[in-house]
Design a protein around this ligand. Structure first.
Ligand SMILES: [Zn+2]
Length: 462
């Protein structure tokens, strides 16, 4: 699960989905409180030791995107899919790292007493010019800056807006100081903002503001950075339905194989990969009428780069045929979930509304495990790009996450087989609900389980 981009989470009350397309399609059903025959076609075949062994192998080393560790994982996943006879594709895509050769800020010829940081995307360039303080960089604060370097305080408006405002008044460089004591790693520019942009601490910035009150200051910004292109990968495997009973529909089941740098990522997200592989194995031995695409994405931890790339590569026809996306990220954390029921399992959607995926997940939880699985609102994983294509999508995760989240201690010994089993069962039964041959295109599903009530929970994930 991705850490950044936490937007404000709105509190939304209980949203009933009784009017959803799925609810209208599903007829009444037997009311069993334990797994019923069609579920057992899938559930009886799930072998949690397979999942555990996958996690053991994948978590032997970090799998940061663009490294050998990712390639090792990709090859393993590919070989597993291929051994099941699935049509398997490795989809490469570029990712970019920055190598900082040097960043120097001089005031009247002397280096500042810290190691300044470049803005993300800053050009490499050396400029020497008079320094001018322009407050927080609002247009009304700025006079003519032709040939000057702008000293700006962070905050209020975006980095890109501040740089743009300075650029439009003729600035040749931007030096920005923090609006808190939290160091000097911040800032970004966008394409076309071709002036060096450098971040410094609040302490240095306030000193310069003071200095500028009494004297003129000449500053030098010397930025030397390189953009390094690397390759990351998605692994996509297609399980095709029986040719004579093909609804033309597609269900996608995803996880991410990359880890954070230096983290073994046993739970994040070797656990999700293990479920994707196990469900591929189980469902490949079961008759279906719907294509199921199993996928593991790269570069999720860099901001869902792989899943966004995959989503952008889908044709309009494919998008229209994908009925649902199930994302599993961090589904085996022994210490996740705190005291919440069902081990803390929750289904997060991007908009905080129920959809086909959460309806099926909640019904499966009630039907096969007598568990109430709530839903909530969260992005930060690969269900996001599917949602943006209009595809019903949800993230299955135990929330709140464990203390080892994104740490080198996210290791195999903290994995709970019971939690792996739980999520594999619920997602497996949900996917099978769509793909089993006696639910043609979800319409006329004479044996489908009744929808259940399940609550919205405004539960923070970390
Ligand atoms: Zn993560």
């Amino acid at each position: 699960m991705y850490r950044k981009s936490i937007s404000a989470i709105l509190a939304i009350g209980l949203v009933l989905s009784s009017g959803s397309a799925y609810a209208q399609q599903v007829k009444s059903a037997p009311n069993g409180h334990s797994a019923i025959a069609f579920d057992n076609k899938v559930l009886n075949k799930i072998n949690v030791d397979n999942m555990y062994n996958t996690i053991a192998y994948l978590s032997e080393q970090p799998r940061e995107a663009g490294t050998e560790g990712e390639v090792r994982a990709v090859k393993y996943i590919e070989s597993q899919f291929k051994s099941l006879g699935l049509e398997t594709t490795i989809q490469p895509f570029p990712i970019y790292d920055t190598r900082v050769n040097h960043v120097i800020v001089q005031i009247n010829g002397n280096n500042v007493a810290e190691s300044p940081k470049p803005f993300s995307g800053s050009v490499s360039k050396k400029v020497t010019a008079p320094l001018v303080y322009i407050g927080t960089g609002l247009p009304e604060e700025i006079g003519d800056l032709t040939g000057k370097i702008a000293l700006i305080e962070r905050g209020g408006i975006t980095f890109i807006e501040k740089v743009q405002n300075a650029l439009e008044k003729g600035a040749v460089g931007v030096l920005m100081y923090n609006n808190s004591s939290a160091g000097n790693s911040f800032g970004q520019v966008q394409d076309g903002q071709n002036i060096p942009a450098v971040a410094i601490t609040r302490a240095t910035g306030l000193q310069l503001v003071e200095q500028l009150k009494t004297t003129e200051v000449e500053a030098t910004l010397d930025v030397d950075i390189e953009k390094i292109e690397k390759t990351s990968y998605n692994v996509i495997a297609s399980l095709k339905p029986n040719k004579n009973k093909d609804t033309g529909q597609i269900v996608t089941v995803g996880s991410h194989h990359d880890s954070v740098p230096g983290g073994p990522g046993a739970n994040d997200d070797a656990s999700g990969v293990s479920a994707v592989l196990e469900l591929a194995r189980v469902l490949s031995k079961t008759p279906i009428d719907t294509e199921i695409r199993f996928m593991t994405f790269g570069s999720e931890e860099r901001g869902m780069v792989g899943s966004s790339y995959y989503a952008a590569s889908l044709s309009k026809d494919e998008v229209s045929r994908i009925q649902a996306h199930f994302q599993m990220d961090m589904i085996g954390g022994r210490d996740a979930g705190e005291d919440n029921p069902a081990g803390g399992l929750i289904m997060y959607t991007i908009d905080g509304k129920k959809n086909l995926v959460t309806d099926l997940g909640a019904a499966a939880g009630a039907r096969i495990r007598s568990e109430t699985i709530p839903y909530g609102q969260l992005g930060r994983s690969d269900h996001q790009p599917f949602h943006e294509l209009g595809i019903p999508a949800a993230l299955f995760i135990h929330s709140p996450v464990e203390p080892w989240y994104h740490k080198p201690t996210d290791t195999l010994d903290k994995i709970s087989k019971e939690k792996l089993q739980q999520v594999a069962e619920i997602v497996g039964a949900s996917v099978y609900q769509i793909a089993r041959p006696d639910t043609p295109a979800l319409v006329n599903a004479t044996v489908a389980q009744e929808l259940v009530d399940y609550p919205f929970e405004n539960r923070p994930v970390d």
